[in-house]
Design a protein. Structure first.
Length: 142
């Protein structure tokens, strides 16, 4: 994982990232039911969580395999931090998606959660390696 080396209140881009001395910043224990840290994959971007009660926090998503009450399934999990440098304080926030495409056995890759225009619906994009496809899903609310 990487941390931000520039002004924490300014815009962020990939040119501002440097390797965090505290690497790894999200531990397997931070994701309840995580199967293994090798099944913790492909973050693509942070976003400000301004629409929920945990305001002033940043969220990032990962594809992972989690053991839950239904067995082992693929999840897109969101973790949150209040650290504007993105280097500490990560905790599980919620899941954005639980695999139902392949009965929970799919390997999900590259989750990305974004809006196309301000105030528009949110979109979740992820790749499904066993089908060699990319899937898009929209939120139920704006």
């Amino acid at each position: 994982m990487a941390g931000v080396s520039t002004n924490a209140s300014g815009a962020r881009d990939f040119h501002a990232f440097v390797k965090c001395a505290g690497n790894r910043i999200i531990a397997p224990a931070d994701i309840p039911g995580l199967i293994s840290s090798s099944k913790f994959r492909d973050p693509t971007g942070w976003w400000a969580n301004t629409a929920r009660a945990i305001c002033n926090r940043w969220l990032i998503t990962f594809a992972t395999r989690v053991a839950d009450i239904s067995g082992v399934r693929s999840y897109v999990a969101a973790v949150a931090t209040a650290d504007p440098t993105f280097q500490s304080g990560y905790r599980y926030a919620h899941s954005l998606y639980v695999d139902s495409i392949m009965g929970g056995t799919a390997t999900l890759e590259h989750p990305d959660f974004f809006t196309v225009t301000q105030g528009a619906r949110r979109y979740l994009k992820l790749s499904l390696t066993s089908r060699i496809r990319t899937w898009y899903s929209t939120s139920r609310t704006q």
